[in-house]
Design a binder for this molecule. Structure first.
Ligand SMILES: [Zn+2]
Ligand SMILES: [Zn+2]
Length: 273
């Protein structure tokens, strides 16, 4: 865990109440526009949140309301810290039930958690669980009327707040692969990963028909959008190879014959350089 302590932040000891145990952890976001371009801004960002809480006379905060914060770069910044009652969950009962972690995300600008941030949130949750917290992982909106922690983080919390997988790049993927499109079945071909140890920076998939016009339905899965892009292409033996357009994040392609296909031999070729 990449922890930044109160003393590193230059903050005094917290004045918040000792709270040795709770049912678990609630996740928050800032709910306002957040625009952080570099980790060098994160410590002062956290201090400015603390200062705004201390200046909030209606809430009467004795410290920043959250126990910890997590930035887009995966650092866990100490707030009230472990075994302290939060002031962030909405009322005294809710504050006693769960500790509180805020992500440096908002409703504009920085709205999507990074892989580093999810790892940092997971680090903070496990840190609590090793120090007095029960197993519950919830969002601020659970039990209180608020949009917090925003939909992307709430979806993650609802899925059990899983630690993100490490990227599994298949560097064994050859830089050239060829095959034939079957006549009745669909096939799925992995596309080479880019920017890996293999050094490839671009990739192509193309098709050629031995005779007549082949009609192919192709669906390309993109890991960035987590969705399939579907199209039908004509591959005419008279006009040479036909490329399917690939973009960053495309990781596999599913190919099958489309209605109107001449059902002749069609080859596919994947190249990477
Ligand atoms: Zn909240
Ligand atoms: Zn940061």
């Amino acid at each position: 865990m990449k922890l930044i302590s109160r003393s590193e932040l230059g903050w005094p000891a917290t004045a918040s109440a000792y709270w040795p145990t709770a049912n678990g952890v609630k996740i928050h976001y800032e709910g306002t526009p957040v625009h952080i371009t570099d980790h060098s801004q994160c410590m002062s960002h956290w201090t400015s949140i603390r200062n705004s809480h201390l200046a909030n006379t209606s809430e009467g905060y004795v410290d920043v309301a959250y126990n910890f914060a997590v930035c887009l770069h995966g650092y866990v910044l100490e707030g009230r810290g472990l075994r302290r009652k939060t002031g962030a969950n909405g009322n005294q009962t809710l504050n006693g039930d769960h500790y509180a972690v805020v992500a440096f995300l908002g409703d504009d600008g920085d709205t999507q958690p990074t892989r580093d941030m999810l790892n940092g949130l997971r680090d903070a949750i496990e840190y609590f669980q090793a120090n007095g917290a029960g197993p519950e992982i919830k969002g601020h909106r659970d039990g209180y009327a608020t949009s917090c922690p925003g939909q992307p983080l709430y979806d993650w919390v609802s899925a059990g707040a899983p630690r993100p997988n490490n990227p599994q790049e298949n560097t064994d993927m050859p830089s050239l692969a060829i095959g034939y499109v079957p006549k009745t079945e669909s096939i799925t071909i992995p596309l080479p990963p880019l920017g890996t140890a293999a050094g490839w920076s671009n990739k192509w998939i193309s098709f050629a028909s031995d005779h007549g016009v082949a009609k192919l339905r192709i669906a390309i899965f993109n890991s960035g959008t987590n969705s399939w892009r579907v199209s039908v292409i004509d591959v005419d033996s008279a006009s040479g190879r036909v490329n399917a357009d690939l973009v960053s994040g495309d990781e596999k392609i599913s190919i099958e014959r489309a209605p109107g296909d001449a059902n002749g031999p069609v080859s596919w070729m994947v190249e990477a350089r």
